[in-house]
Write a protein that binds this ligand. Structure first.
Ligand code: NAD
Length: 433
């Protein structure tokens, strides 16, 4: 049995290095095996329902035309319309988009919101595009994927290198082409054009809530707990601020420009204000009594109760996993821990709250945005936050209970819970025709 487990883990490790979609398939098969699900049902789950590749011709500022490649993948609509972001990046591949779409199906199922998973991407380097080129790229891509997306079919959102402005253009293009308001076709918009109040803070707020939950299960309080946060962007800075406000001591933070350390706790509200005023939104140059600069990577190995990786994937890996001091790791980022590191952390008794649970606050409030858009009924921020809290606490409890029952890690429990919900929906609906 142990032999077999090691084999699957080794397979997963090789797979992630080779191809994220292979990793997704391995994860689903592993969780499916533990659940005793039939292989033909798992075959449905590992195979995306639809994969669309589109050509996106764009008139560039100098007059020449460039043709970009874009994708939209609908992984599963078994539990509801597909939901997932759009990524603009030179390294986008169809297999990456397929994997990300699959993980969205699992994330929506863990928090039990009525969405399946989808994802989109364009192979491009947005840093090399002017504002006008970016807008024309977005509008033409929207037109090309419009046969697939829609409020009741597939609802995009921001992902790496896309933001509210791009979502506003997507909504406006769909509205122009359909001839009717299309607010609910995309989430993550600005509030003035149908975005949800509280969406910007939602992922960080979810991270704060699950941190509170996991510490409570370990018999610890958030008040006075020490926290280190890697990444001080949307997720990291909001999580740090809310944790600070809830009484935690944030002793270290880092972004791409470096790290900061104060064993007595950093003044996070002051730092957030500083970063907000900095032209590139970086912590570089910040100083205060008791604060020492540290290399960015050192934030991961600080002696803190909780570590929150909220930057990029693969940050906790086989090189540094043995040096992680934090007892609890709450994954704000997507995929911050490699499968190899996961094994090392487990052996060293570290508890990892996995990304599909820990950072699901964003998609939960995206769901609330969609509900508000469909009803033309705007909620206030307090209502959004209260409902988010309810969903996150329930999801955490579900995953925790399953992990205890099955004696598995929280990551495997989250995958099992999600997969069981997706599989149940497929089973109950039956196969057409
Ligand atoms: P962001 O661009 O706002 O912030 C990223 C931060 O990471 C920046 O502060 C950047 O300087 C820092 N960073 C980058 N490389 C680093 C390094 N090597 N060391 C230390 N810091 C580094 O992005 P975000 O929206 O906060 O997303 C962060 C992660 O969370 C991503 O994995 C994203 O997929 C995931 N996520 C985001 C949301 C959301 O709602 N924004 C939802 C779910 C998951």
């Amino acid at each position: 049995m142990v032999q077999r487990g090691q084999g699957v883990v080794a397979q997963a490790i090789q797979a992630v290095e080779a191809n994220p979609y292979e990793m997704f398939k391995t994860q689903v098969r592993l969780a499916g095996e533990k659940l005793g699900l039939p292989p033909d049902l798992l075959e449905i789950v590992v195979t995306p329902e639809r994969v669309l590749e589109v050509a996106v011709p764009v008139k560039m500022d100098d007059g020449h035309i460039e043709v970009f490649t874009g994708f939209r993948v609908q992984h599963s609509s078994a539990r509801g319309p597909c939901k997932g972001g759009i990524r603009y990046h030179p390294a986008v591949t169809v297999d990456e988009v397929k994997a990300l779409a699959g993980w969205m199906s699992l994330k929506c199922a863990v928090v039990d919101i009525p969405f399946g998973g989808g994802k989109g991407g364009i192979v491009c380097d947005p840093t090399k595009l002017s504002e006008g080129e970016l807008e024309r790229l977005t509008r033409r891509y929207t037109a090309m994927i419009l046969p697939l997306i829609g409020p009741n079919r597939d609802i995009p959102a921001p992902d790496v290198n896309t933001n509210a402005k791009i979502m506003n253009w997507l909504m406006d293009t769909a509205t122009a082409l359909k001839g009717e308001p299309m607010y609910a076709i995309v989430t993550g918009k600005d509030v003035a054009v149908g975005g949800a109040r509280g969406r910007r803070e939602a992922t960080g707020r979810g991270v704060m809530i699950v941190t509170q939950e996991v510490l409570a299960r370990l018999g610890k309080k958030l008040t006075g707990a020490t926290v280190a946060v890697q990444g001080f962007g949307n997720v990291g800075s909001v999580a740090a601020l809310l944790l600070h406000q809830a009484g935690a001591r944030v002793v270290g933070v880092a972004d791409i420009s470096g790290g900061l350390y104060n064993p007595n706790g950093l003044n996070i509200p002051e730092l957030v204000e500083y970063v907000g005023r900095s032209p590139q939104r970086l912590i570089a140059g910040y100083s205060a009594p008791g604060v020492s600069p540290i290399p960015a990577q050192e934030v991961l190995t600080l002696d803190a109760d909780v570590l929150i990786p909220a930057a990029l994937e693969g940050q906790i890996n086989e090189r540094n996993a043995k040096d992680i001091m934090a007892k609890v790791i709450v994954e704000g980022a997507n995929g911050p821990t490699t499968p190899e590191a996961d094994v090392i952390l487990e052996e060293r008794g570290r508890l990892v709250v996995p990304d599909i649970l820990a950072n699901a606050g964003g998609v939960v409030v995206s769901y609330f945005e969609w509900v508000q858009n469909l009803q033309y009924f705007w909620w206030d921020e307090a209502e959004t936050n209260a409902r988010l809290e309810q969903v996150m606490r329930r999801a955490f409890q579900d995953v925790w209970t399953l992990a205890q029952e099955k004696k598995v890690t929280l990551r495997i429990a989250a995958q099992m819970l999600a997969l069981s919900r997706v599989a149940e929906a497929i089973r109950l609906r039956g196969i057409f025709p």
